[in-house]
Write a protein that binds this ligand. Structure first.
Ligand code: MD3
Ligand code: FE
Length: 203
């Protein structure tokens, strides 16, 4: 965990190369254990089309979507409670967000086969004064960051395995998305794909 100064992307702090290879592999083990207990699924959008990104969660709350809308739920769609957030992941939160309460959701996003995520805001949480932290693992992804208005100008950056983002302050409600993933660009995963972990305070 080198002490590095983050880049600033429209108020979002970008810690390039925060996690070394061994930390990335250890997180991958944590992700496998989460997925073993709470299998990945494709949330159904309210407009009836499954999301291209597969998801699951750890923590008190998991993020979920179906025909009735987006929300946090204390249960996986299969009815079981979400597994606990692994300590290695909480440790990263404590290092980079030392003054914030513990996160209650660790959302796991899995990008395969051309999956992407359109420009959106994260606003299903109660208190936007708490930051969101994101960890990238696996293939490189083109991340786009805009402003609080949908038509604000945007800036893009490639996110690589081991990079961490912290969205606090005015960037917390900014529009953002993943335009594309360079499938096969990283050797971390056995198959092509990208994993993103986002930590959020929900209540
Ligand atoms: C900026 N995930 O899960 S992470 C999401 O790479 C999400 O899977 C993307 O957007 C991914 O909601 C982007 C970076 C990120 C996460 C949350 C943010 C950027 C953010 C919240 C507010 C502003
Ligand atoms: Fe988001």
């Amino acid at each position: 965990m080198a002490e590095i100064t983050p880049l600033n992307l429209k108020g979002c702090k970008v810690y390039k190369g925060y996690l070394d290879k061994s930390a990335q592999h250890s997180l991958l083990g944590d992700v496998r254990s989460i997925v073993g207990k709470a299998p990945l699924f494709s949330p159904m959008t309210p407009w009836g089309k499954p999301m291209s990104v597969k998801m699951t969660s750890a923590g008190k709350y998991g993020w979920y979507s179906d025909k009735t809308g987006y929300r946090y739920s204390t249960q996986h769609p299969n009815g079981v409670e979400w597994p606990e957030i692994p300590l290695t992941i909480l440790k990263i939160w404590n290092e980079l967000c030392p003054d914030s309460p513990r996160p209650e959701c660790c959302l796991v996003n899995f990008y395969q086969d051309g999956a992407k995520m359109g420009l959106h805001q994260d606003k299903d949480e109660k208190d936007f004064s708490h930051p969101v932290l994101s960890i990238s693992l696996g293939d490189d992804a083109l991340f786009r960051m805009g402003g609080v208005q949908k038509n604000d100008s945007t800036e893009s950056v490639w996110l690589s395995s081991g990079d961490i983002l912290v969205m606090g302050g005015e960037s917390r409600l900014a529009y953002h998305g993943i335009d594309r993933v360079k499938f096969g660009s990283s050797q971390l995963l056995k198959a092509a794909g990208r994993i993103n972990l986002t930590l959020r305070v929900v209540d």
